[in-house]
Design a protein around this ligand. Sequence first.
Ligand code: CMC
Length: 436
Amino acid sequence: MKLADNKATLSFSNGSPSVEMPVYSGSIGPDVIDIRKLYAQTGMFTFDPGFMSTAACQSAITYIDGDKGELLYRGYPIEQLATQCDFLETCHLLLYGELPDAKGKEDFTKLVTMHTMVNEQMQFFLRGFRRDAHPMAVMTGLVGAMSAFYHDSTDITNPKHREIAAIRLIAKMPTLVAMAYKYSIGQPFIYPRNDLSYAANFMRMMFATPCEEYEPNDVLVRAMDRIFILHADHEQNASTSTVRVCGSSGTNPFAAIAAGVACLWGPAHGGANEACLNMLEDIQRNGGIDKIGDFIKQVKDKNSNVKLMGFGHRVYKNYDPRAKLMQETCKEVLAHLGVQNDPLLKLAVALEKIALEDEYFVSRKLYPNVDFYSGIVQRAIGIPVSLFTAIFALARTVGWIAQLNEMISDNDYKISRPRQLFVGSEKRDVKPLVQR
Ligand code: CMC
């Protein structure tokens, strides 16, 4: 970051002296006002719940222009990465800053592939869960438990440990998600097969059984790989910020990523894909396309607390470029499987059309986000709805770990410790029990 030409001046109406604050520019995007000395200079904090106007860090990984609907990983547009690269190339880019050349790709693929198995003991930990546990509950536990299995990569201050932890996490997440799934349906775990691509290996671990091999299908594998690429990183979203805050205490990488998994679970974030599919199924059960009008009415009613899941985004106020790519994949997968007449897809298309024309959504700049279509694709591939968010977690792991490692390698990093505007009781004395 570099100093901008101008400075910011904060003045007060009560005559307190005004303060000047430096302004910094990044390579693209809005400038930032550096308020780090504000408290020392004025005795005041800034107030920004939800981080509406706060840049909490500097980062060189992912850039979003919400007005243009632009998403760049290390400068490359998501549209080009999704159509010209595979997920492991994207992981290399996010982790190391550059796309690999052919040799680099081969080496990186080998490196990740060598770590796809998990410690055999982990399955006993997994077996402690109820079979009907939500996969995200299981994943939060399994990822956190990795710190108990891989002691030689838990020192966050050691760059080698950080790199090994990153590779282990990226390599083992598909194995763990597939294990969580197999456990929930009572089937034996399927070990990884390292001659397959990252996405094909994941699908095989999900769908093969010891008595029947799974033949990876190119169209479906490509769709899965695209889901991974589109979810790989998204700058300082809630779960990534959680990983950074958690990691800022110096905790080990597996613990920090487990915190990210827990945050992602919420329906306003990664849980939206599951919530969106559940919403479509609900509408379908309650009358289908003919009842969309009633549903939209509920969404617009402030007192109903009903949201159109898969719509809206804190940053994208034009369109979500990931949604466009996901919509393409959705069409390709449904055509390939011959299920274009899927009633949920028809419902989704009708809902989208109404919402895009409705004044409520137009005036609030609410557009479909990536989750609106990813659920339909995953369901068509045969993935159960309850596993959608775990697949998001699998894909986002590279973003989390790249952002965590970026933070730790930054000499300026400090433990995250926000302040507050206290509105509770002033100091008072405890009365003896008989007088209360
Ligand atoms: N349906 C109906 N109304 C909505 C929706 C929605 N999906 N999203 C926002 N609004 C309304 C909201 O009620 C508010 O209205 P008003 O100004 O009258 O009070 C206005 O739009 C602004 O919304 P906000 O809640 O202030 O916006 P936010 O930036 O705090 O929230 C969001 C962003 C993604 C949490 C929200 O749009 C939402 O809950 N969407 C549904 C869940 C969803 O699809 N989440 C996935 C996000 S993309 C994947 C990811 O990155 O995790």
